[in-house]
Every structure is written in C-alpha cells, then in structure tokens.
Ligand binder design. Structure first.
Ligand code: ADP
Ligand code: 5GP
Length: 206
C-alpha cells in the first residue's frame, strides 16, 4: 500500500511557538518536508534567505501571484506571505507529507483546494504566556507586538475551523503530539480510499 503525502497546515498566534515546534519536529523525524514561504517582510536577525523564508519585494510577490506560482497567499500585519506551488506539488507527488506554517486565511484557502489537508492550530497555555514569549523573542518592536496580539484576538475566532488544536506548554510533549496527529491522519478511510476499493474488488472475486 503506497502512502500518500498529505498537507499539514500549522497555524497559531504569533509567538505560540510554531517555528520552534517545526524545527524540533523536522530534527526528530526526517519524513516531513517543510515548505518555505515567500514574504515581503524584512528578515529578522539570524534569518537567512531561502532558509526561514524567501525574502522578496512586493513587485516580485505580485509577479508570483500573477504567474499562479503560489498555492495560497495572504496579507498579515502589513506584509504579504505565500506558499510556492512547485515544492508542495513535487513533494506530494512523491508521497511525502508537506508542512505549511501559515496563518488562517491561507489555511482556509488550502482546505478549499486540498480537502484532505490536516489543519492544526497551536495554542499557548495562556494569553499571558503568549505575550511573554512574543516579548521574550525580542524580534519585534512594541508597536508590532501590539498588532500581533490584536491579530491573535481576531484569529481566535476561527479556531473551530481547524481539525486539531495542540497546546505548546512542554515543547517535547507538543512535538510528539503533532507527530501522533499526523500519523493518525494517515489512517482515516477517506485517505485510504484506493486501498479500500482495491480490497473490495479482491473480496468480490471470492
Ligand atoms: P511562532 O513561530 O509561533 O511565532 P516561535 O517559535 O518564534 O513562535 O516562539 C516564540 C518564542 O517562544 C521563542 O522565543 C521560543 O523560543 C519560545 N518558545 C517556543 N515554544 C516554547 C515552549 N514550549 N516553552 C517555552 N518557550 C517556548
Ligand atoms: P512571521 O512574520 O512571524 O514569520 O509570520 C507571520 C504570520 O505569517 C504567521 O502567522 C505565519 O504562520 C504566517 N505565514 C508564514 N508564511 C505564510 C504563508 O506562506 N502564507 C500565509 N498565508 N501565512 C504565512
């Protein structure tokens, strides 16, 4: 039975720990492909073009949209973010699971196009911890932090649209939970329709 690749969308408030979880997950397990998004925001200290993001200009981003080079895109706190099509399609066709760390507008665009995508929302243990993590990261100005917290309030409205939530309290436990959820997703009947139909056909011959 050939395992089909699925898209796993990981969203969560800014500062909830998505990046940290993905880094640890891909370090522990080598079967996941992590999509690298394109963005018009400036690199943070320590970020490298082609590693965390493809950092591009607004003109380049608009060109990508026009060429249908993105499978989804959205504006988030004054900047564009989008998922390049080629990498995702390539990995899926090879049976590899692809993880997209994107916000909610993009997540919903993905669900529309890939109905078997798994949508996962990372929650901080509390709003207080969220603010502390966001400030502790030390990468944004107070103004941007305030905007990101306001955005979190908006995003909280859409959590029910996701398939799963995971709480990022203990990092280790959270990473294992994410791995478990993806593993379970592979075992649903709708993601194994070909195998089930094959079995029915075989049984029909008895
Ligand atoms: P996001 O990608 O969701 O914006 P990050 O991965 O950048 O969030 O994490 C925000 C901050 O919280 C970082 O400084 C990170 O080191 C810290 N962090 C992430 N997960 C945990 C955790 N489980 N416990 C404590 N601190 C964490
Ligand atoms: P950050 O600036 O903190 O790296 O990301 C800001 C927000 O943009 C996060 O919620 C992140 O998940 C989201 N994001 C990153 N890449 C993409 C993308 O390709 N598409 C969409 N829709 N959102 C993205």
């Amino acid at each position: 039975m050939k395992r089909k690749g699925i898209i796993i969308v990981v969203s969560g408030f800014s500062g909830a720990g998505k990046g940290t979880i993905m880094k640890e997950l891909t370090k522990r397990y080598d079967q996941y492909a992590l999509s690298i998004s394109a963005t018009t925001r400036n690199p943070r200290e320590g970020e490298e073009n082609g590693r965390e993001y493809f950092f591009i200009t607004t003109e380049e981003f608009e060109k990508l949209i026009a060429e249908n080079g993105l499978i989804e895109h959205a504006k988030y706190v004054n900047n564009y973010y989008g998922t390049p099509r080629k990498y995702v399609e390539e990995k899926l066709s090879q049976g590899i699971d692809v993880i997209l760390e994107i916000e909610i507008q993009g997540a919903l665009q993905i669900k529309e196009q890939y109905s078997d995508a798994v949508l996962l929302f990372v929650m901080p243990p509390s709003a207080q911890v969220l603010e502390k993590r966001l400030r502790g990261r030390g990468t944004e100005t107070d103004e941007v932090i305030a905007k990101r917290l306001a955005r979190a309030k908006e995003e909280a409205v859409g959590i029910e649209k996701y398939d799963y939530i995971v709480v990022n309290d203990d990092l280790d436990e959270c990473v294992e939970k994410v791995h478990e959820i993806i593993g379970s997703a592979h075992n649903t009947p709708d993601r194994n329709a070909d195998f089930i139909n094959e079995m029915r056909e075989q049984l029909g011959k008895f």
